[in-house]
Unconditional design. Structure first.
Length: 309
């Protein structure tokens, strides 16, 4: 799909839509959607291995357009695509003509606004103040996290988590669940005579989820099961079958314990991103709390009246 076709399609969409504000109309004309850009983007041709045919790196300072003598560089176009999804940014060379046209349109509109002295307009100044606040917050938070969320801090939190939550014992067990104690007792007697646990589970267990696997429940910790079941299973040794039925809120269980093990704690690398996110949230929350404690903050009702103390 060519760029003129993109613009035409967005204009048609604009005519069919509800009335748009000026800013939304601008977005419709100048900002192709990610889906539309994706149609234009073609996968980059892989290198052939012949160094003479591989694409030569282009200097980011290369001028790719001029507007009334003012340069637009390759880097300007790349920067204008910063908000694109990663899969599109990976094909930025295929999108370059469309992105260049878009940036030309944006620059022309901004230049026209400056010629009308809109940089001095109160509305523009209010918007710029909000943007400045956002930029200041982003830089402040970035520097805060660089200081607080270090590799050392992540490792320390990981080790503390291991101390606070040491690996637990797990058992691997199977069960046969039936409605009455008498039926469970008959199954135990049948098993003592050499009955096949998995076969009986498939035939008689009312827990259909595990029955299809011969009653197998996999490995679990004691507190992962209802108390009666967990207590009974963890009191048994591998290879044992419960000598009497175990009652729970679900019915009567016949339990077979197959194995025991100690949990393997997750590796630091597996937990790193999650810990980083948690430390980041904690650092920002603590910073806000500290600042709020030192500031005089007054909060009123939505209608501006004082809040009841």
């Amino acid at each position: 799909m060519s760029h003129p076709t993109l613009i035409a399609s967005f204009r048609r969409a604009a005519l069919l839509a509800a009335p748009l504000t000026a800013s939304i109309a601008l977005a419709v004309v100048l900002f192709p959607t990610a889906a539309a850009l994706a149609q234009d983007a073609q996968p980059a041709t892989p290198p052939t291995g012949d160094s003479t045919t591989e694409t030569k790196a282009i200097d980011p300072k290369t001028v790719v357009a001029k507007i009334n003598g003012q340069d637009i560089t390759r880097q300007d176009v790349i920067d204008s695509a910063e908000s694109l999804p990663p899969q599109l940014k990976a094909n930025i060379d295929q999108l370059f003509p469309q992105l260049t046209d878009r940036l030309i349109g944006l620059r022309l509109l901004a230049d026209q606004g400056r010629s009308e002295k809109l940089q001095d307009d109160p509305e523009v100044k209010a918007i710029m103040a909000r943007l400045e606040d956002e930029a200041i917050r982003q830089v402040l938070i970035t520097r805060l996290l660089k200081e607080k969320v270090t590799d050392e801090a992540i490792k320390a939190r990981y080790e503390q988590n291991l101390k606070d939550h040491p690996p637990q014992d797990e058992v691997k067990a199977s069960h046969i669940l039936v409605k009455t104690e008498a039926e469970a007792s008959k199954i135990i007697a049948q098993l003592k005579k050499g009955g096949d646990f998995a076969k009986i589970a498939k035939e008689k267990s009312i827990d259909k989820g595990s029955a299809v696997n011969g009653g197998e429940l996999g490995f679990f910790t004691q507190d992962a099961m209802v108390k009666e079941f967990g207590d009974a299973a963890f009191a048994m040794k591998p290879g044992e079958i419960s000598q009497k039925p175990v009652q729970s809120q679900f019915g009567w269980h016949v339990i077979k314990v197959e194995d025991r093990r100690k949990q393997t704690p997750p590796a630091l690398d597996a937990e790193r991103d999650q810990i980083r996110q948690l430390l980041s949230e904690e650092a920002v929350q603590q910073q806000v709390a500290d600042l709020r404690a030192k500031a005089k903050v007054e909060v009123f009702n939505p209608d501006g009246t004082p809040k009841a103390q």
